[in-house]
Design a protein around this ligand. Structure first.
Ligand SMILES: Nc1ncnc2c1ncn2[C@@H]1O[C@H](COP(=O)(O)OP(=O)(O)OP(=O)(O)O)[C@@H](O)[C@H]1O
Ligand SMILES: [Mg+2]
Length: 388
């Protein structure tokens, strides 16, 4: 038995995992697991637990060294300069996409191409469709220093993006720059701006000059003399935005800001794609149940796209994955739907409500496990009759 053993290296504010063949495993290992191993100076070994789930176990660094063929130098920048090499890199990049991310080859290659060409990339799509996952995966696929900022969670954009002015009895007033300033000063850094669409408008204003190809500088207006910091050579920005849907928590992004990006639209998965993802993630769950999950999700998506549809939004892939996780942990489809799906739909309107519609849909799959005659009125009435 020869398990994969990885070593953790710090890059920017991220902890990357490499095996001795120079393959990157970062996206398969939780952040805190990587960080803990790094801080403890230990390697991580991939192991399989009960039920076939894999986990990563801390092992002495000597384990990493003994598994190794020559350790390749990963400190260099691996992005090809030469055009032929770049073409080759882009067009053979689909193998760098993690297995667990469902994304069409063309979209993935377009994303990689944007990143290696130094474009500002904006991943758009509805909630829970894999924007953050895809953005993190492309960052992982490139061997460059990377930084992560969640702008949706930031209360104070100035201190996150610029820094803070402090007062100290000895030093007097002084300015400490933010991690973002460090990031833009790092040549070839890949900077992830997650949830840009939920950011405070002040954050957008600060980023305007940073993202503009003709300007590329950050103004430290809090510091003395309105100093500016130029964005270093080769720095790439990858942002995500929840655009083109009805979510009210998302502010409408400024047109001028949008114009500074190349847009990569994430596709919502088809029922076959989603079924494939769920069976890949949960090989031990009854495939019929997973089929029901993907069909239920798909029906809601189709219904929400219909102008006279009964629901305003479809079940996201995030929610489908949560549902399947509950099935894996022994919950019934009805129970899983009750705790994850129903709360997302309004009860307003009683029998005409979105929630009633979703309940009837789920009941249909529980009663006979098939999707035949999904919209057969009698059956829906019956299914509803059984629950009340
Ligand atoms: N295309 C996909 N391929 C694989 N898994 C996916 C995909 N889309 C969603 N998921 C699952 O859903 C979870 C949430 O995805 P992610 O966080 O990337 O969504 P998001 O589009 O960034 O959502 P939000 O708009 O809420 O930020 C992932 O952890 C993954 O389990
Ligand atoms: Mg996200």
């Amino acid at each position: 038995m020869n398990n994969v053993v990885v070593k953790i290296e710090k890059s920017g504010n991220r902890f990357n995992a490499w095996d001795s063949d120079g393959k990157k495993w970062t996206s398969e290992i939780g952040t805190s697991t990587r960080k803990k191993a790094y801080n403890a100076g230990m390697a991580l070994e991939k192991r399989e637990g009960k039920g076939g789930r894999t986990y990563w176990w801390k092992v002495p660094m000597s384990e990493f060294e003994t598994t190794s063929a020559p350790v390749i130098d990963t400190s260099g920048i691996d992005i090809p300069e030469d055009h032929a090499e770049m073409l080759n890199f882009i067009h053979s990049s689909y193998k760098l996409k993690p297995m667990g991310l469902v994304m069409k080859e063309l979209k993935w290659k377009y994303l990689v191409r944007g990143a290696v060409r130094g474009k500002n990339i904006l991943m758009t799509g509805p909630a829970g469709c894999g924007k953050t996952m895809a953005a993190k995966s492309v960052v992982n696929a490139l061997d460059r220093p990377d930084f992560y900022f969640n702008l949706g969670a930031t209360q104070d954009p100035r201190s996150t993006l610029i820094g803070n002015t402090h007062f100290d009895k000895k030093k007097g007033t002084y300015f400490s720059e933010s991690l973002f300033v460090t990031a833009i000063k790092t040549p070839n850094a890949v900077i992830l701006l997650d949830e840009l669409s939920r950011a405070h408008p002040d954050a957008w204003n600060i980023l305007m000059t940073v993202l503009d190809a003709g300007q590329r500088y950050l103004r430290l207006d809090e510091a003395d003399g309105c100093e500016t910091v130029p964005v270093a050579e080769g720095v790439t920005f990858v942002a995500t935005a929840n655009i083109g849907n009805e979510y009210t928590s998302t502010r409408v992004m400024d047109k001028a800001l949008m114009d500074r990006f190349t847009i990569v639209e994430m596709d919502v998965l088809s029922d076959e794609e989603e079924y494939g993802l769920l069976t890949y993630m949960f090989p031990h769950v009854d495939p019929e149940l997973l089929k029901s999950v993907s069909e239920i999700a798909n029906s809601t998506r189709v219904e929400s796209r219909n102008d006279s549809g009964r629901v305003s939004s479809g079940i996201s892939t995030r929610t489908s994955v949560e549902l399947a996780g509950l099935l894996y942990d022994g919950f019934g489809l009805d129970e899983a739907a009750e705790v994850t799906v129903y709360p997302q739909y309004s009860e307003d309107g009683g029998m005409e409500s979105e929630r009633t519609y979703i309940k009837q849909l789920v009941q249909k799959f529980i009663s006979d496990g098939t999707s035949d005659d999904l919209f057969n009125e009698d059956e829906i009435e019956n299914a509803n009759g059984e629950t009340s």
